[in-house]
Design a protein. Structure first.
Length: 277
């Protein structure tokens, strides 16, 4: 059986843990019925989760490939499949297939570089896999900066992991912000694009963006104002992915198929796409 066939055949998965991260985001840990990881993947790739009789949807794999025991998916409640999943309990069976999409170039382009990760809201989910991969192979990369913001402290995804693990790593600098003042929050207050410009990063970094489209637009503008070239900046368009294999035509943007040519794109490549993206 070739790799394409393997990605098309669903495996039965079992939810072994459900973590409530924010009021509308839960993280699900999934293994196969024999307790193993469903398949290998690379940072930035996605998987199709299916609930028979309800539907299927594409989600970023938020756990690092270095985790060989299980996969995790941080899922925002926003539709039929996600509503159903948010009611699921430990032991519930679903189906899983993949991996889909091109990964972030962590082993060549990113190697030896200082890295700047910028995320807003649930946009941290696709980047968590990349961040933890780079943390695992720490000696392969330079300094790591993480800028992450959300509406409120309660909406910050993986907050405990950020504070207890990421913030304590040598050479890793975490910059958190929330949109509006909140009791009990003594950190930065303001929107992510503005905060990035305030921090005034040197341009000797490779940047990775993920978040709401409006955040990506203004953050990209801000990075360019700081002197970054678009060839230094990567983002992911995984929200457009449907079938995962370039057959349904629902993720095409011009001549590109997000599921086959992406979801990871360098930002100068986006300039070649029509405005519809």
């Amino acid at each position: 059986m070739n790799n394409i066939e393997e990605t098309l055949i669903p495996k039965i998965g079992v939810i072994t843990d459900v973590r409530i991260d924010t009021p509308d985001i839960k993280t699900f840990r999934v293994v196969t019925t024999d307790g193993k990881k469903a398949f290998d993947h690379r940072p930035g790739q996605c998987a199709m989760l299916s609930v028979p009789g309800v539907g299927e949807a594409m989600f970023s794999i938020t756990s690092s490939p270095t985790n060989e025991e299980y996969m995790e998916f941080s899922i925002k409640k926003c539709g039929c499949v996600t509503d159903w999943l948010h009611q699921a309990e430990v032991g519930q069976q679903i189906t899983i297939r993949g991996p889909y999409g091109n990964p972030f170039p962590v082993d060549d382009v990113f190697a030896g570089k200082n890295l700047l990760f910028i995320a807003g809201g649930v946009g941290l989910a696709p980047l968590r896999s990349v961040i933890n991969y780079c943390r695992h192979y720490r000696d392969r990369y330079g300094d790591i900066d993480i800028v992450y913001g959300s509406r409120s402290k309660d909406d910050l995804l993986d907050y405990k992991e950020i504070i207890d693990e990421w913030s304590t790593d040598a050479g890793v600098n975490v910059h958190l912000t929330i949109d509006n003042p909140q009791d009990g929050w003594d950190g930065h207050v303001g929107f992510v694009p503005t905060y990035v410009k305030e921090l005034g990063f040197d341009t000797n970094k490779t940047a990775v963006l993920c978040g709401p489209p409006i955040m990506i637009k203004f953050t990209l503008d801000g990075l360019c104002e700081l002197g970054f070239d678009k060839t230094q900046i990567y983002t992911t368009l995984e929200l457009r992915m449907k079938c995962g294999v370039g057959k349904c035509g629902r993720c095409n943007v011009g001549a590109k198929y997000v599921c086959k040519d992406g979801p990871v794109f360098r930002c100068d490549e986006l300039d070649e796409l029509p405005d519809e993206y």
